[in-house]
Design a protein around this ligand. Structure first.
Ligand SMILES: Nc1nc2c(ncn2[C@@H]2O[C@H](COP(=O)(O)OP(=O)(O)O)[C@@H](O)[C@H]2O)c(=O)[nH]1
Ligand SMILES: [Mg+2]
Length: 245
């Protein structure tokens, strides 16, 4: 029997963008089997929470593997939301998350789930937006550039040769997450870097898998402010790592 996957969708003010992707993802994963999907509504306000409840309830009627959403009263940040849902899941073999906006298609999610199921034990899969033959990656130039600067910062400061730590699709064996979860403190957009570092330090392998990516308009990452916060968090990760190793 293939291993089970719990796929989380962290959402901040996503009621305008999520419906189509959620439907595609539910259909695609229903065909695969062994996948549960959970939306985390991350304190986006009352109106937004109501709309998300309605969207999810309508989809649940067709897709029983879309489980009850986690409705957070306060905004924890993308990392905080993913951690909260992953910590509640006690049975799936794999914990995963994907961005709500469909920049990574449901077909790509399905492909990576199948790859995960064929991977060696104790191996996490991080999707990666690499422009290469056979892949289609569309990103705004400024975002691509900042992404490259950030990846270089991560490689140099943490000595981890990762190409794209920030891609919005990742799958981690639950046992590997549980071995490191006490170390995970970053709740913002740099949580992936902390996760990557903790997994590698604990002896888990991490494979980057090139995927196709078509950036969806309406993103909420604010380039200057969030880049600053993410760089600060990388320094925090480096300091925390120095104090344990
Ligand atoms: N839980 C949570 N998720 C967030 C927050 N901000 C963004 N996200 C989610 O992170 C994912 C990527 O965000 P997006 O706005 O598409 O990023 P961008 O395309 O890089 O600007 C989406 O699923 C968002 O809903 C937040 O404060 N909390
Ligand atoms: Mg996006």
């Amino acid at each position: 029997m293939s291993s089970s996957v719990h796929l989380v969708i962290p959402c901040f003010q996503e009621s305008g963008r999520i419906s189509r992707f959620l439907a595609e993802l539910c259909d695609e994963t229903a065909r695969l089997g062994g996948v549960t999907i959970r939306v985390v509504e991350d304190g986006s306000g009352e109106q937004e929470a109501k709309r998300m409840r309605e969207i999810i309830a309508a989809q649940q009627a067709r897709s029983p593997h879309l489980v009850a959403p986690l409705m957070l009263a306060e905004n924890l940040g993308k990392g905080g939301a993913v951690h909260a849902a992953w910590r509640e899941e006690k049975s799936a073999d794999w914990l995963a998350f994907v961005d709500a906006d469909g920049s990574c298609s449901a077909a790509e999610v399905s492909r990576l789930i199948q790859l995960a199921r064929e991977s060696p034990p104790r191996t996490a899969l991080f999707a990666s937006r690499v422009k290469m033959l056979g892949k289609s990656v569309e990103r705004h130039f400024r975002r691509h550039l900042l992404g490259r600067v950030y990846a270089t910062l991560v490689s140099e400061l943490l000595d981890i040769p990762v190409y794209d730590s920030q891609c919005g699709l990742k799958l981690v064996p639950r046992a590997c997450f549980e071995a490191v979860e006490a170390r995970l403190k970053i709740t913002g957009f740099a949580f992936d870097v902390e996760l990557l570092t903790a997994l590698l330090d604990s002896g888990c392998a991490v494979h980057e898998v090139p995927i196709s990516w078509h950036e969806t308009p309406g993103g909420k990452v604010r380039l200057l402010r969030d880049s600053f916060l993410m760089a600060r968090d990388v320094l925090k990760i480096k300091a925390a790592r120095g104090s344990v190793s």
